[in-house]
Design a protein around this ligand. Sequence first.
Ligand SMILES: [Zn+2]
Ligand SMILES: [Zn+2]
Length: 646
Amino acid sequence: MSAPTAEPTSVRCPACRSDVSLDLESTCVTVCARCLSVLERSSVGLRAIGVSGKLRDHGSKLHSGLRLRIGRSYVNVMGRTQPEDSSGNRWDEWYVEQDDGTWAWLAEDQGRYFLTEPLGGGPTLNHAEVESLEPGARVMLGGEPFTVDERDQSVIRAAEGQIPFFFRLDETSTFVDLSGEGGRFATLDASHDPPRAYVGREVQASELVFPHPGDPTYRAPPPTGGRVAVEGKCGGCAFPLKVRVPAESVRVFCTSCGEAHDIDGDAVRHVRGVGRDIGKRQPFIPLGSEGTLFGEKLTLVGWVRRVALTPEGEFPWDEHLMAVQGGGFRWLVLNQGTLTLGRPIPAGQVAPSGARVAVQGVDFEPFTIGKARTERAVGEFPWRLTPGEVTETADWTRPPYALSREQHGTEANWVLARHVDAETFEAGFPGRAAPTPAGVGMAQPFKHAAALRVSLYAAIVAFAIFTAQRLTADNRVATRLEATIEATASEATPQSVFGEPFTLNGGEAITVRVASGVRSNWAFVDGALVNADTGVAQPFGIEVSQYSGVDDGESWSEGDPNGAASFSALPPGPYTLQLNVIRGPERSANAPSIALRAEVVEGDPSFGWPLLVFLVIGAATIVLLMMRSAHDRQRFAYSDFPRDAS
Ligand SMILES: [Zn+2]
Ligand SMILES: [Zn+2]
């Protein structure tokens, strides 16, 4: 790259003799501002190679001669071309001179900016390789990975100012747009031999800093914000056609009959056989409706009825093209009565991992995969939308977000959408009623997600307190008692046992444990804790038994010779333990006596409030989990990856 020459060179247009600028030695083509001749620099001076078409006014704030700052660097806008892709979308390629004398390319398309520079180091891909790239393909450019967004054809329709490469007007060539992580962007341009690669990044509109009105390069932006107006009447029914985004729209469908028209300059041209009869079908809010969603001012400019083509049948949904104030478009999608708002994202931001995909580290699970047909449309579109077209579609979900891919031919579009609940919609579009839901939306979050989270945490905390209390409880043995129970102890003549006086501290749960030593028999301990001051007795009963034997060579045993009884705290004070013990009938009065041991434990397993709290919160958590499970089953009702009943 050569440095700018010291003095701007002024030369004459060979066609009209007016002055044309040729400021930089590296300028290859300059366009005469007066007669629009496209002048190529050659060994014999300037040679006219054609006449530029009329530039389409997109309402851009950029213009030739402007000096502006992009991030931290200043650039001079030298010129631009206006290529048009096969769908009729026309965008601006601004050529800017950087302060080190090198050129950069600043593409401006529907409110988005992409700054790239030619990739040095020789050719990267040959023509055959470029022509075979499909959406989703991974390509290394300058050692950096990129993903193909689309491969398409473009034609340069118009140009102005100075341009740093040779080109031919109206000659079709292939280009490939690619994106990488973190807003990286690249283009392969097959109009050169070998194809050239341009690598850079998407630039946010806020990074472009324009000169102050006092600056000599300042020029007021066009008052209309683009192409002034498009006037016309429907070629089918003579209904007036309204175009709300003249700077971007290339096709408009009659709101009365659905006939298609291409926007040609300031006029419209009826395209027969493309539009579909719309009958009485209309979008759920009228075209031109204005509102605000997630901080963006939106105007409804186009409506498309689409159908999913599935083995079970055709399922319709509606897409609403919303023009964003300040540039760009969003999709307000209405499916099963629920709304999402989507924005296009580059393929390079999407990282596939098996059937799942991740966007900026957030995982999405697969939802549907199939085909969809565009049925009919009204309003305007920035590409030549054609009803009847079938695209391949795939959706992923991660409430409140959904991710969609649409592929048609060699173009794949990714849209990251967000669930719009009825309150958000009605707050953003005052006076417009949200549609009535007919199911759970694919990106619809569980309404009680916050409650579920709180309830889960509370259950964990209550359980932890309960456990900690059990572990740290000082299980104090208040008294112990041992007695020999004779075989004569029976229902008719129970054996009474009285323990020593002891003290209860009160305020803690009480457990009486009994080890009976009973064998091949049962025993029943009919006991009481008697308050020595008040005489109030706390009765309890503990049944124990133990049987064993050998049947068919197999030994067996059942019953438990040990038992316990628990009750809540007793008032503090002096107590005695009193037991009346009965043994089951023995075969002989000389049957061996049994050694019975009993103990009273204070502070033992307290089933106090923490357990109660845990049980209540646990029950609430289970109900919420079941509700969420039902929500997800409904949400996945139309998925190709249905949820198992769980
Ligand atoms: Zn001229
Ligand atoms: Zn019409």
